[in-house]
Write a protein that binds this ligand. Sequence first.
Ligand SMILES: [Zn+2]
Length: 127
Amino acid sequence: MILAAALLTIGAIVFTLLVRARDLPAPEPVSPTRRLDERKAAIYENLRDLQFEFRLGKLSDKDYELTKLDLQKELAAVLAELDAVAGKPAPAPPPKPPNQCPHCQAKFDKPLKFCGECGKPMTGGAA
Ligand SMILES: [Zn+2]
């Protein structure tokens, strides 16, 4: 009997944990800005390395120019992407449509002018 109760308790706990895990939103993805910043830093580093190697005479003028151009192109793309991300404010949740009555909290599928439950106006705030 005690064993059965214990098993039941464990089962309930496991069930709760499973349900919670499923209900939790997906983990926040790494911020795009951070990913881009890391790429930008890597490209700058590559450019520095490239210049260093060129000065040491390890690279021909042509190789240096070509690789530099490639890196600069990549850098420009990353910077443009960063600009696009920075220019856009974080996606804010859309304004809540008035499909829930502020008076009786009744919810409706569609935004309504007047509450189908209590008949009071759904919009206008102070009513
Ligand atoms: Zn209402």
